[in-house]
Design a binder for this molecule. Structure first.
Ligand code: GLN
Length: 502
C-alpha cells in the first residue's frame, strides 16, 4: 500500500486491526517519507529508526499471537524534543542539553509506549519552547511545508511540520502560550491544548509550570480526540494533575450537529492587527457553525487587552526559576572558564553563557528582574492580578456561551527573519492563544481555509476547564462541513514537496 503516509491515524488503526498492513510497514513508510522530505523540512532533531521498528515489530508479534491491543497500537508518532524519552537524546533544542540522554520517560511517553505506538523521533522547537517560529532552535530552522521560505510557527514548529508533511500521522506538542495551536494554524493542521492538569506534565522540561500543557497535533479532529484519550488522565507523579479529568472526546468528535450550542465571538480577539484574509476565513467558518445549528453571540473580555503583558511577566518569571537547574553540574553541557579559577559560580556562568541562546537569556534576565525584591509587587504581583481578571472575563463569557471562538493567530506564516530581531512583533503572534493558558482552559485550532496569500488560517475554539469534549464536538462538525466545501482536506491543497532521491 503506497499511500500509508496519507492516512489518518484512525484509518491506519482500522487497517492494522483488519490485518491489511503490519505495524512495521506503517512505521517503515513514515521513516521512508522522513528520509525523503526531512532534508528540506527539518522537522526532526533525532530519528529513532531502530527503536521505532522494534516497537512496531513487537506490536505485530503480539497481534499475531491474538492479543487484544489498544486501538492505536502500531500507529507511529513524533514527539516534541522537550518531552523526555528514556535512552533517547532530549535537547529542548538547546546547546545546554546537547547529547543529554534522560534516564526516564515522561508519563505521556510511557502511555504512548503502553498503547503500542512507535516513536519515530523527536521534533524541533524554539529553544526551551520560547518563540513563535522555531527560529530560536539551536539546531536550525524547521520549514513550513506550504512554503519552505516561511516559518512553521512555534514553539512546536517541528511537530506541526512533521504532521503537515506526512512524516508522521500524529505528534505531541506542548503549549505554554500557544505553541501547539499557533503552529497548527500556520501549517493547516490540528492542535489541541487540553485543560491544565488533564495531561501529566511529569517529564516535560518545564518552561512555565503554571501554564505548560502537552497535547495532540494531528490532521483530523478524530485523531486528536483519540490521541488525547491515550495521553490524558490522572498521574500521581504530577502534583497539579486533575484527579478526575473528563473524557468522551472520541464520541464528541463524531457529533452530528451543533443544535442548542451557544458560540461566543470574542470581540477583543479580532479586528485591528488581524490580517484581512484571516478575518474573512474566520467569519466564513462562523457561518458554517450557524448552519450546523449553533446560536452565535458576541461576548466581550476587556481584560484580554492585558493578557500578553501579563503572560510576558509570569512566563519569564517561572522560566527563570525552572532554568536555574541547568548549571553545568547536573545535566548536559559543562564549560569551564577560559582562564582564572575554576569555581562553581564561574563554571555556571561559563556554561550558561555558552549553552543558552539569546531569547532564553532575554527571558531569564526579564524573569529574574520581575521577581527581584524591589520590583516583585509592581510587575509579577500586578501580572497575577491581571491573570485573575482574565479568569473572571472567561467565567462571564462562558455564562453566555458554551464555547468561544476566534482566529488562532493574527496572521498566516511569515518569512524567516521577518520578526527575529523584533521580540515584541514575535510575541504578538500569541495574542489570541495566551488567555487560555492564563486561565487553564482548553483550546483547539483547526484549519478554516486559506487567506488571500494562499496560506492556511487557523480557527480557535475555547471551552471551560474540563469541557474539552466541546472542542471536539465543534471541531468535528466544522471539519466535516469544511471538507465538504473544499472537496477534501485543506492539506490536500498544499504544494507537493520535492522528494529527495535516496
Ligand atoms: N510563543 C509563546 C512564547 O514564546 C508560546 C510558547 C509556548 O507555548 N511554549 O512564549
Amino acid at each position: 500500500m503506497s499511500d500509508l503516509t496519507r492516512r489518518s491515524a484512525a484509518e491506519l488503526a482500522g487497517l492494522l486491526a483488519a490485518g491489511d498492513v503490519s505495524a512495521v510497514e506503517v512505521t517503515q513508510a513514515h521513516l521512508d517519507r522522513m528520509a525523503a522530505v526531512d532534508g528540506a523540512v527539518h522537522a526532526f532533531l533525532h530519528v529513532n529508526t531502530d527503536e521505532a521498528l522494534a516497537a512496531a515489530a513487537d506490536v505485530d508479534a503480539r497481534r499475531g499471537a491474538g492479543e487484544e491491543l489498544p486501538e492505536l497500537a502500531g500507529v507511529p508518532i513524533a514527539v516534541k524534543d522537550i518531552v523526555v524519552t528514556r535512552g533517547q537524546v532530549t535537547t529542548a533544542a538547546s546547546k545546554i542539553l546537547e547529547n543529554w540522554v534522560p534516564p526516564y520517560d515522561a508519563t505521556l511517553v510511557s502511555r504512548l509506549r503502553a498503547a503500542g505506538m512507535p516513536i519515530l523521533g523527536k521534533t524541533n522547537l524554539d529553544e526551551f519552547a520560547m518563540g513563535s517560529s522555531t527560529e530560536h532552535s539551536a539546531y536550525g530552522n524547521t520549514r513550513n511545508p506550504w512554503d519552505l521560505e516561511r516559518i512553521p510557527g512555534g514553539s512546536g514548529g517541528g511537530s506541526a511540520a512533521a504532521v503537515a508533511a506526512y512524516e508522521a500521522p500524529l505528534a505531541i506538542g506542548t503549549d505554554t502560550g500557544g505553541s501547539i495551536r499557533q503552529p497548527a494554524a500556520v501549517t493547516g493542521t490540528i492542535g489541541v491544548k487540553p485543560t491544565y492538569g488533564s495531561v501529566s506534565r511529569y517529564g516535560l522540561i518545564a518552561m512555565a509550570s503554571s501554564l505548560d500543557q502537552a497535547g495532540p497535533v494531528t490532521r483530523t479532529v478524530l485523531d486528536a480526540a483519540m490521541l488525547h484519550e491515550v495521553i490524558g488522565g490522572h498521574d500521581p507523579l504530577d502534583s497539579t494533575s486533575l484527579t478526575d479529568p473528563a473524557t468522551g472526546y472520541v464520541a464528541a468528535a463524531r457529533a452530528a450537529d451543533l443544535k442548542g450550542l451557544r458560540v461566543g465571538i470574542v470581540t477583543e480577539l479580532g479586528g485591528e492587527g488581524y490580517q484581512e484574509g484571516v478575518r474573512r476565513s474566520f467569519l466564513e467558518s462562523v457561518e458554517l457553525l450557524k448552519q450546523a445549528g449553533a446560536e452565535v453571540v458576541e461576548v466581550s473580555c476587556p481584560s484580554f487587552d492585558y493578557a500578553l503583558a501579563a503572560y510576558y511577566l509570569i512566563m519569564p518569571a517561572e522560566a527563570s526559576s525552572n532554568l536555574a537547574k541547568f548549571d553545568g553540574m547536573r545535566f548536559g553541557l559543562r564549560v569551564e572558564p577560559a582562564e582564572g579559577p575554576v569555581t562553581a559560580e564561574r563554571v555556571m556562568a561559563a556554561t550558561r553563557g555558552a549553552g543558552f541562546g539569546d531569547e532564553v537569556k532575554r527571558r531569564i534576565i526579564l524573569g529574574t528582574h520581575v521577581l527581584s525584591a524591589g520590583y516583585y509587587d509592581a510587575y509579577y504581583g500586578s501580572a497575577q492580578k491581571v491573570r485573575t481578571l482574565i479568569q473572571r472575563d472567561f467565567a462571564q463569557a462562558f455564562a453566555k456561551a458554551d464555547v468561544l471562538v476566534s482566529p488562532t493567530a493574527p496572521t498566516t506564516a511569515f518569512r524567516f527573519g521577518e520578526k527575529l530581531d523584533d521580540p515584541m512583533a514575535m510575541y504578538l503572534n500569541d495574542v489570541a492563544t495566551i488567555p487560555a493558558n492564563l486561565a487553564g482552559i482548553p483550546g483547539i485550532s483547526l484549519p478554516s481555509g486559506l487567506s488571500d496569500d494562499g496560506l492556511p488560517v487557523g480557527f480557535q475554539v475555547l471551552a471551560p476547564a474540563r469541557e474539552d469534549a466541546r472542542l471536539y464536538r465543534v471541531g468535528g462538525v466544522l471539519e466535516r462541513l469544511l471538507t465538504e466545501k473544499w472537496g477534501g482536506p485543506l492539506l490536500a491543497q498544499a504544494p507537493e514537496l520535492e522528494v529527495a532521491s535516496r
